[in-house]
Design a protein around this ligand. Sequence first.
Ligand code: APR
Length: 252
Amino acid sequence: MPAALIDRLRQARRVVFFTGAGVSAESGIPTFREAQTGLWARFRPEELASPEAFRESPQRVWDWYAWRRSACLAARPNPAHHAIAALQRQWPDSVLITQNVDGLHRRAGSVEPLELHGTLHRLACFACGRDAGDWPENPPPSVPRCACGGQLRPAVVWFGEALPAATLRRAVEASEAADLFVSIGTSAQVYPAAELPLLARRQGAWLVEVNPQPAPLSALADLCLHGAAGEVLPALAASLDLGCVDSPGASL
Ligand code: APR
């Protein structure tokens, strides 16, 4: 593990961990586009994850998210999730910002990640917008209703929708204040989330990218670790003597 990163981490006061679908790849969670396989391959993303799609066919959208959620529940956090949770315990003022909706960071023990694109594990009312709580353990086959009569939807951000304002504001503030910004498993091409590493870099943060493939961010990073998150993050935690990090943390 490069000494420069170890030194930077040891000196860091405001660390941001920024994750995308790649951090869950080793848990077997398909990325958004990979999730359109089999039965779902015939639909365009906008036909499954947009307000228009839900208006046109609420049951199809509900079924796709029910299928994705069951895949997430069947998956387990991988060593990358556990290593990030261990690093956060070592740097308690650090902030975890994720684009993922799978809930695996929470199950690995990360506390209050900023879930920019929401979460598959909670519902909201499509009509009145209220938070409708956790996805029920035994969900009904048909789309459930809110007390207002509106239909309930997954509490994720769909195409054409704004990100949750308070969460985005906290993510921007953390990125602008960061002295070390670690981007893990994201193509960093979907805005406004993709703006966060650029904001951090502009404010003078040291930018690290963890990705097995070169990505648009690679050219801007101060350090590129070209490897799988499930290998790189545990190696980083081990270099810092954080011990064995693949023990399960809290779970949903
Ligand atoms: N470890 C680290 N990175 C990995 C791994 C791995 N094991 N496997 C793949 N990657 C990298 C890929 O190289 C790619 O750069 O993870 C990145 C995943 O990119 P995307 O599939 O575009 O996912 P993400 O960046 O999270 O997309 C952002 O776009 O699809 C929408 O709303 C969805 O939140 C998602 C957003």
